[in-house]
Design a protein around this ligand. Structure first.
Ligand code: AMP
Length: 433
């Protein structure tokens, strides 16, 4: 689990803003659900035999409830969708979310026990248009924030009968090799053989080579969906790799599956930036109506480790330097007036010599230092030092805030270098660089 200190948080904010803007451009609205849900929700939806449920959930009991700190966002969002009968109010809903998730995994670079995900859920559209649009959303988002080296893997798990036939085919292929599988997989072979395709154990990886491909089993509506998805992706110019080995670690998927990987950075095996897929049975499984759905989640730490995003520099625009006790009250009032005009100001309460205060102003990255000295106060003025231009003049105390605010002429509307959108500009302090 990581601390995100103020020096790093600027890049997080850039990413979050870019994600919010991108999601809203695609018609998604934000949803915020609790971090804790009933354990049963995850166990049933993610699947009892998945690694997440078997080994990784942070679960506890309180007041006779079995609870789990969420390992992912889809199940909680679906629970909320059903609980608030959203399907009855609108036929199609597009939701996005962002927040911390918790999995007690073996830590590695790019794999943490508390990590952040941003994701989307699209309810009520059976696809494959929705599927293609969502994959295009993810690829487009990564491109927008400057991640150029991407590979998109897509596959289909089929549904109902196809899924069952694939399970049988995998079982038939692996059963003769049972003894060569890992202990976990020997157990899973009977319960959930598809999970073996997902195993990272080298014995299992070896055993599954040359196994059956789900794509050869697709027929009827599943095949039409798969072909439709590919056609729409081609029309959108989204480059992808057909990857029938894609299984993903969660049981709820039906039909479309996808992952977006990068070879940028040094993420090694943890180079999957985002993954998602269709889960047409979850809403009904939770007691809701029959509503198809598709979603994805991306890992924010991983994305930030490769995205060339730069934090906007913050810090005070104006450093307020009271010289001696008599000047403090006026300095405090001046700073408050400035902030009302939208200029970020910081009062140097440490006192001491002017030289020391100017040094602190420069370290803080301030653009102006306004000096409240005894001789100036006696004359009803204060000194305004432009730290960039290295000029200084005096202004009357009563107009000082308005005059300094007027000099801040660099509104923050320029796009960042990586091309992220500057959606935060309107509520940003004036003159922040
Ligand atoms: P999943 O919910 O397993 O489909 O994961 C979706 C994305 O979340 C992955 O592609 C990763 O980018 C990220 N992710 C999943 N687990 C972790 C973890 N333990 N640490 C960091 N990021 C993770």
């Amino acid at each position: 689990m990581n601390d995100i200190l103020p020096d790093e948080v600027g890049r997080w904010q850039e990413l979050e803003t870019a994600f919010r803007v991108h999601a809203e451009l695609h018609g998604f609205a934000e949803v915020r659900t609790p971090v804790i849900e009933a354990t049963e929700l995850f166990a049933r939806q993610i699947g009892e035999t998945t690694d997440v449920v078997e080994k990784e959930m942070y679960s506890f009991e309180r007041h006779d409830d079995r609870l789990t700190v969420r390992p992912e966002g889809t199940a909680g969002a679906a629970r909320a969708f059903v609980e608030h009968a959203v399907a009855g109010q609108r036929p199609v809903s597009r939701w996005w979310y962002l927040g911390p998730m918790f999995r007690g995994e073996r830590p590695a670079k790019g794999r943490y026990r508390q990590f952040w995900q941003a994701g989307c859920e699209h309810y009520g559209d059976v696809g494959p248009v929705a599927d293609a649009e969502m994959i295009d959303f993810v690829v487009g988002f990564f491109q927008r924030i400057g991640i150029s080296d991407l590979t998109t893997h897509v596959s289909s798990l089929g549904s109902g009968d196809t899924h069952a036939r694939f399970r049988q085919a995998v079982f038939d292929f692996l059963a003769p090799k049972r003894a060569s599988l890992s202990d976990d997989s020997q157990r899973r072979l009977d319960k959930n053989p598809l999970r073996i395709l997902d195993s990272k154990d080298p014995r299992d990886r070896e055993a599954v080579l040359g196994g059956p491909s789900i794509l050869e089993l697709l027929d009827g509506d599943d095949l039409a969906h798969w072909n439709g998805l590919r056609r729409h992706l081609d029309a959108l110019g989204v480059r992808y790799v057909v990857d029938p080995t894609l299984v993903r670690g969660l049981d709820y998927y039906t039909r479309t599956l996808f992952e977006v990987k990068t070879s940028m950075g040094d993420l090694g095996a943890q180079n999957t930036l985002a993954g998602g897929g269709r889960y047409d049975n979850m809403i009904e499984g939770l007691g809701g109506p029959k509503v198809p759905a598709i979603g994805f989640a991306m890992g924010i730490e991983r994305v930030l480790s490769v995205a060339p995003l730069r934090a906007r520099e913050r810090g005070p625009v104006c450093w307020v330097a009271p010289m001696g006790d008599a000047a403090i009250d006026g300095a405090l009032r001046f700073a408050r007036d400035l902030r009302k005009l939208g200029v970020a100001a910081e009062v140097d309460g440490r006192g001491g010599k002017l030289k020391a205060m100017l040094r602190r102003a420069e370290t803080a990255g301030a653009r102006f230092c306004v000096i409240f000295g005894e001789s100036e106060l006696a004359r009803g003025v204060c000194a305004v030092k432009d730290l960039a231009a290295r000029t200084q003049d005096e202004v009357p105390l009563e107009d000082a805030a308005a005059i300094v605010a007027d000099r801040i002429v660099t509104p923050r509307t320029a796009p960042t270098e990586a091309g992220a959108i500057d959606a935060g500009a309107s509520d940003a302090p004036r003159g922040a660089r």
